[in-house]
Ligand binder design. Structure first.
Ligand code: SF4
Ligand code: MG
Length: 321
């Protein structure tokens, strides 16, 4: 089918414990009833400020952490219901790229060993085939077999992220979940890594979920974009549509807060008023109501329903009936 991944009512509540006996004191609703799908071959961007639950969502999809509720369906199989062996198998098809290649690459292992590891874990190929694939993937990401015997500290940040991408490609996955893959890199290097990701996507028919806080970066690579706020998906639309015609007041505020390099555009810069509320004590009703310039009485009491306006998803009372 055209849909590769489907997420329904996904929730992750973390208990907050304290007191003498570590009794449960409440919970953080890190991901609170999130639903979306990802089409085969597309890039779905997920944006939001830090603490909005976007990274937790990424980890839930692969079951690096367990969901409190909801389902994740990959190629018609429920990841959320899989046994450990089934899960191990599906992880060949879904790989992650992390923000910090420094932290995600073992400093004591050579690049060759780092890249071989996923193949060994999944029992793919013999030694010779593994070495051939290491060489092949190093070339795909713009490095060479010459680099195979080197260690992570001998590379620049951008090169290290190329190694992280090569590692993700080793098992020939269908889906790559990239969590802030270029956020730690200089702007000029960011563009190179984004272009590399786009080239690789075409070459290997990959589907991406691209998680980032930077709307400009997300726009460069995404076909559709979802916006998260305090554990909720507040808006999702085709990339063009979202950036040209944002519907949710939070998205509008985020977009107008993006620095504009061309002063001739004279775009208004409106910073979002107020801090992000604590996810341990989220506002009632619409979670954005404490910062929203368009809030109405109903916003404080009632969680907005989902609305689809011309194929554009938004969760906000402004679009009621
Ligand atoms: Fe603003 Fe109300 Fe819409 Fe929330 S539901 S974003 S508070 S207008
Ligand atoms: Mg994060």
């Amino acid at each position: 089918s055209e849909i590769l991944l489907e997420v329904n009512g996904l929730k992750k509540y973390f208990p907050i414990s304290g007191g003498f006996f570590g009794r449960k004191q409440g919970e953080i609703k890190a991901v609170d009833d999130v639903s979306f799908f990802v089409k085969r071959g597309e890039t779905l961007g997920i944006v939001g400020e830090s603490g909005c639950g976007k990274s937790t969502t990424g980890r839930l999809l692969m079951r690096l952490i367990e969901a409190s509720d909801g389902s994740v369906i990959f190629e018609d199989q429920a990841i959320t219901k899989m046994s450990k062996p089934e899960l191990r198998k599906i992880r060949r098809d879904i790989q992650m790229v992390f923000q910090d290649p420094y932290a995600s690459l073992n400093p004591r292992h050579s690049v060759e060993k780092i890249l071989e590891e996923p193949l060994i874990v999944h029992g793919i190929g013999n030694k010779e085939e593994r070495k051939r694939r290491v060489k092949e993937m190093l070339e795909v990401v713009g490095l060479s077999s010459y680099h195979a015997k080197r260690y992570p500290h001998q590379f620049s940040g951008g090169q290290r992220q190329r190694i992280g991408i090569a590692r993700a490609l080793m098992t020939k996955p269908k889906l790559i979940i990239a969590d802030e893959p270029v956020s730690a890199l200089d702007v000029s290097i960011q563009a190179q890594v984004l272009n590399l990701m786009k080239d690789i996507q075409k070459e290997f028919q990959l589907t991406y979920i691209f998680i980032a806080h930077d709307l400009g970066v997300v726009r460069q690579i995404s076909d559709r974009v979802g916006v998260m706020y305090l554990g909720r998906l507040v808006e999702l639309a085709d990339s063009e549509e979202l950036y040209e015609n944002p519907l949710h007041p939070y998205t509008k505020a985020l977009l107008s807060a993006v620095p504009v390099p061309d002063p001739d555009l004279k775009k208004e810069t409106v910073l979002i008023a107020g801090d992000i509320p604590s996810p341990a004590n989220p506002p009632s009703g619409c979670a954005f109501h404490t910062r929203c310039s368009e809030r109405m009485d109903i916003c404080k009491t009632t969680r907005p329903a989902d609305h689809i306006v011309n194929g554009h998803y938004v969760s906000c009372h402004l679009y009621n009936g």
